[in-house]
Design a protein around this ligand. Structure first.
Ligand code: DMJ
Length: 566
């Protein structure tokens, strides 16, 4: 009958049907859409006996002035995004435009949901959840898109799961979106079970997920928290089974690297059984920075989330951590002679030839927090040593901030290691002069103790404040709040713009000389400002005994049936 109609009438019919569908969609109440308010019965303050977090007494409280200052910055940046880039991936903090980074699925909004709730911004949370629940991941707003499985897992899936957990595990809209994203991410695995580089989305006939010949450790090992929690929340075990397969591959490879117990940065992911055994003749890089960081972090944290069901994670950490301490950590020579530690990089060719690079990345600053958690998770002979390592690693990052003219640590720099002894490392001016120049450029001196700045930018990264926050929560020592406040002031001063906060090109420049790159990654709101906020909040808020933070700072709820202990 339709064929008999004129083209114009067919068009009008189709238009009317479409209109009716849109109106029904808008008017239908979303199923199970709780309204969040300041009187929300769900409380984030808990009373569970402390295991990881210091036993703060009830009077510890928050540092209200600093808390409000952090919240002000958060609102400034969030409102910049809300007004100028709503539902886009990122706001451009200098020019006020928007930026597509992750297929246009509102990366900043999804990444930020749980921070809104934690900060008590319930109206904003309500509005944001409503908007997110109406997004569709069935297609990419900008046509075909290459989905990055690593980033989409930690930002989108982690963001949705955490928003669900933190708001009381009752909003079906959030659970549904998490499952939808989890199903999409399931396409990121090649037939041999290993993650491919990207998923072409929407998929089209003929596309297949090709296994990755240069698979990074971070990609192999950084979805366990999100996938395990998704299985727990949804009741569907398919994500947990995937993690079981991948963690077995990691366990199988752990002793065959040039530094048994540690994994190198890259693997060949093209073998039929998953990941190939390592070729001992190849170069292997060992680092705590880019390409590996979150895989080590997830071993410890997956034990926290799931150790009662599977002890594979803690066994891997027990093998890895002594090697990290003995082989990778070094004490940089510095005029203050303080005992701080940095993780370096080892490039090894096998057959005993290995080179140590005293290179420190901002990304590696997560490690202090991980050692602090593991020192409490596994009370044993090395607990005190692990806490001392955590303290010295975190001091190293704080030193990296305090040393530059802007008060912010560069993305990558080098130092002179005291190779002989971790206790006896006194300042040796002649050795320092020999190791590197004194100058950053013609007029600016290098911070004394650094021998080279390889990447001078600051990308609004969270890892340093993340470890400062964990150190405060684990030890209860208020000195960490003081250090965190100095870091906050320096970052605010260098990065604040009209529409938010911007990455800066060079932390060795100050004030007007700083070049702003017009980039505000979603982790600024998801991680960096969340950790600053929690550092100054009542320490019972989002306690380390009730929640585990993903690598994107999304707290996931710990449950008694699955959590691992000592
Ligand atoms: C974040 O997306 C995550 O913390 C990730 O694990 C590492 N990189 C950024 C922040 O620097």
């Amino acid at each position: 009958m339709l064929a008999a109609l004129s083209r114009g009438r067919r068009f009008r019919y189709a238009f009317r049907i479409l209109l009716v569908i849109v109106v029904i969609y808008i008017l239908l109440p979303s199923p199970k859409a709780p309204h969040y308010s300041a009187h929300d019965p769900h409380s984030l303050l808990s009373t569970r006996a402390p295991q990881i977090q210091y036993a703060f007494d009830a009077s510890a409280g928050g540092d209200l002035y600093r808390l409000q200052e952090v919240k002000k910055e958060f609102l400034h940046a969030y409102n910049g995004y809300r007004t100028h880039a709503w539902l886009h991936d990122e706001v451009k903090p200098v020019s006020g435009g928007s930026h597509k980074q992750y297929c246009g699925w509102a990366a900043t909004l999804i990444d930020t949901l749980d921070t809104l709730y934690i900060m008590g911004l319930y109206d904003e949370f309500d509005e944001a959840v409503h908007a997110v629940s109406r997004l569709s991941f069935a297609y990419a707003p900008s046509g075909f898109c290459g989905v990055n499985p690593f980033e989409t897992t930690i930002r989108h899936l982690g963001g949705l799961l955490s928003a669900y957990d933190i708001s009381g595990s009752r909003d079906e809209r959030l659970k549904r979106k998490a499952v939808e994203m989890g199903n999409l991410l399931f396409h990121a695995f090649a037939p041999n079970g290993v993650q491919c580089r990207s998923i072409i989305w929407p998929r089209f006939p003929g596309w297949s997920c090709e296994p990755n010949a240069m698979l990074s450790l971070a990609r192999l090992g950084s979805q366990s928290l999100e996938f395990l929690r998704l299985s727990m929340v949804s009741g569907d075990q398919k994500w947990a089974s995937k993690i079981e397969f991948l963690s077995k591959a990691m366990e199988r490879l752990q002793d065959s690297s040039h530094i048994p117990g540690m994994w190198p940065k890259f693997f060949d992911g093209t073998c039929s059984e998953g990941v190939c055994d390592l070729d001992p003749q190849n170069w292997q890089w060992f680092t705590m920075g880019s390409g590996t960081d979150s895989a080590y972090e997830y071993i410890v944290k997956s034990h926290l989330l799931y150790g009662a069901k599977d002890d594979i994670y803690i066994k891997m950490w027990q093998k890895a951590s002594p090697q990290i301490k003995n082989k990778l950590l070094f004490q940089p020579m510095n005029p203050q002679n303080n005992g701080m530690l940095f993780p370096g990089v080892i490039a090894s060719r096998g057959g005993g030839s290995a080179a140590f690079h005293p290179e420190m990345e901002h990304l590696s600053c997560f490690l202090g927090g991980v050692f602090a958690i593991s020192s409490r998770l596994l009370p044993n002979d090395s607990s005190d040593e692990d806490l001392a390592v955590a303290t010295n690693l975190t001091h190293g990052c704080v030193w990296g901030y305090a040393s530059t003219p802007s008060g912010i640590m560069p993305d990558t720099f080098r130092s002179l290691p005291c190779l002989n002894s971790l206790r006896n490392c006194s300042w040796d001016e002649a050795a320092y002069n020999k190791a590197g120049g004194h100058h950053y450029d013609l007029i600016t001196p290098l911070p004394v103790g650094m021998t080279e700045i390889k990447r001078p930018e600051y990308m609004l990264r969270p890892e340093a404040i993340e470890s400062v926050f964990i150190m405060y929560r684990v030890t209860g020592d208020p000195v960490w709040r003081e250090m965190g406040w100095d870091m906050f002031l320096a970052i605010r001063n260098a990065t604040r713009t009209k529409y938010g906060h911007s990455s800066v090109a060079d932390v060795m420049r100050k004030g007007e000389e700083t070049e702003l790159t017009d980039k505000m990654e979603s982790f600024w709101l998801s991680e960096t400002l969340k950790y600053f906020y929690l550092l100054f909040a009542d320490p019972r808020l989002v306690r380390l005994d009730d929640w585990v933070f993903t690598t994107e700072a999304h707290p996931l709820r710990l449950t008694d049936e699955t959590r691992g202990g000592g």
